[in-house]
Design a protein around this ligand. Structure first.
Ligand SMILES: Cc1cc2nc3c(=O)[nH]c(=O)nc-3n(C[C@H](O)[C@H](O)[C@H](O)COP(=O)(O)OP(=O)(O)OC[C@H]3O[C@@H](n4cnc5c(N)ncnc54)[C@H](O)[C@@H]3O)c2cc1C
Length: 390
């Protein structure tokens, strides 16, 4: 027999976006059922590099990131859980004049937008970060950027949401969305005990790179593709830096964890696949970190893992309602930036549903930028295009 649950809002996806939305909605006395086919934080939200940064972002994402960092500062108190958030700074390094020019012009834009960054010349890099190799001719630094532990954050949101009434259903897969009279009516799902129907007039669809599967049941094609990103963790070392270090030229980044291990990541060389196995060549590529931080030579890499990003054609997330299907809200396609953005996006989604509009503009992320409507013989359908419509 089918089990039926009524709610004001159904959320599909227990990543940071779905869990944050659930939490902020429940705080506004909205009844929420969150459906997660594996476990909360089991995908990118719990497998990422933990970077919480506002610098080096597209202009509209930067505003969201700056607002999100304001939330991050109070998150541990808000959620009642230590998520190892620390504003240890973020250094973007340059080995070439060309890269330095990019950092300088980006820095000017950021300062004009109210984000405090510093552009360092070679002497300043040596003085401020003497552990770096001398190949760097300069850098851009943002002191308010930081990191948190991704293993803890989505779960902390999920636990906090559960405490204030959200039904968090793990091992439950959303299979189909029912629309009645042009409005979302129910989500049909499968859990271990059998079939489940969540009757709700709103659906937040936050299923990361798998979002296209469910949206297709509504004839909405999302231009998302998966991208595998590999990370590694070293043996513990005595702490000697606090910053998230990133070199675009060496295509490598590193950041310290509270556990004293160092987490390493790779830029570029990413595979368009849902396969989470570490490609054999990745281990060699992590060696590039020694060119950035020479004293890491000889340190063991303990293990590697990977996560799957959801990437859109313009690199910006898809956030907002879908024309023609009342109550259907998309929040997906966060690429490599969604961990930082999760808290603010969750809060803005709750405002969209409760107040009718979010307190910050989300227009640049609207789903319709990828959609054009086509008249079919019996229905109005959406098609994706591989370029923004305007
Ligand atoms: C290796 C790596 C490093 C990264 N580093 C950073 C970083 O330093 N800083 C940063 O800001 N971002 C980073 N990111 C990006 C960030 O992790 C993602 O943008 C963010 O976690 C996306 O969150 P989400 O909630 O949209 O999706 P996800 O975390 O992918 O969650 C989606 C959830 O939906 C569930 N789901 C899918 N289909 C269904 C269904 N039919 N029914 C029920 N549940 C379903 C999945 O099981 C999953 O749990 C990184 C990502 C990776 C992979």
């Amino acid at each position: 027999m089918k089990r039926k649950i009524d709610a004001d809002v159904a959320i599909v996806g227990g990543g940071i976006v779905g869990c944050a939305a659930a939490y902020y909605l429940a705080k506004r006395d909205v009844s929420v059922v969150l459906i997660e086919r594996s476990v909360v934080g089991g995908e990118a939200s719990g497998r990422n590099a933990g970077g919480v940064r506002a610098q080096c972002r597209n202009r509209s994402e930067r505003l969201l990131a700056m607002a999100s960092i304001e939330l991050w500062k109070g998150l541990e108190t808000e959620l009642g859980f230590d998520v190892e958030y620390v504003q240890g700074g973020n250094i973007r390094l340059a080995t070439t004049e060309e890269r330095m020019d990019d950092l300088r012009s980006e820095g000017e834009e950021e300062l004009a937008a109210g984000l405090h960054v510093e552009v360092w010349g070679q002497d300043e890099v040596r003085r401020r970060a003497p552990y770096l190799s001398d190949i760097f001719i300069g850098a851009k630094y943002c002191a308010t950027d930081g990191v948190a532990n991704p293993l803890l954050v989505p779960r902390a949101f999920g636990w906090a949401a559960g405490r204030i009434g959200v039904q968090v259903l793990e091992h439950t897969e959303a299979l189909d969305v029912e629309v009645r009279g042009g409005r979302v009516a129910a989500v049909h799902a499968q859990c271990q005990e059998g079939e489940l129907v969540v009757e709700a007039p709103w659906l937040i669809h936050a299923a990361g790179p798998w979002s296209s599967e469910l949206s297709q049941t509504l004839d909405v094609d999302l231009p998302l593709h998966p991208l595998r990103v590999v990370l590694a963790v070293t043996q513990p070392v005595a702490p000697f830096f606090t910053e998230f270090l990133s070199s675009h030229d060496l295509k490598v980044y590193a950041r310290p964890a509270r556990s004293r291990n160092i987490h390493l990541g790779l830029h570029g060389d990413r595979d368009t696949t849902f396969d989470k196995r570490t490609p054999p060549e990745a281990l060699c590529q992590f060696q590039r970190v020694i060119e950035m931080v020479p004293c890491l030579r000889g340190i063991d890499i303990l293990r590697t893992w990977s996560g799957t990003l959801a990437v859109t054609p313009d690199g910006l997330p898809i956030i907002g309602t879908v024309d023609g299907i009342e109550g259907y809200v998309l929040a997906t396609g966060f690429s490599g930036h969604g961990f930082c953005l999760g808290p603010i996006v969750g809060r803005l989604l709750s405002e969209r549903i409760v107040d009718g509009r979010p307190s910050m503009p989300l227009d640049e992320f609207r789903p319709s930028r990828f959609q054009h409507r086509v008249e079919t013989s019996d229905s109005l359908a959406f098609c994706s295009t591989l370029r923004p419509s305007d």
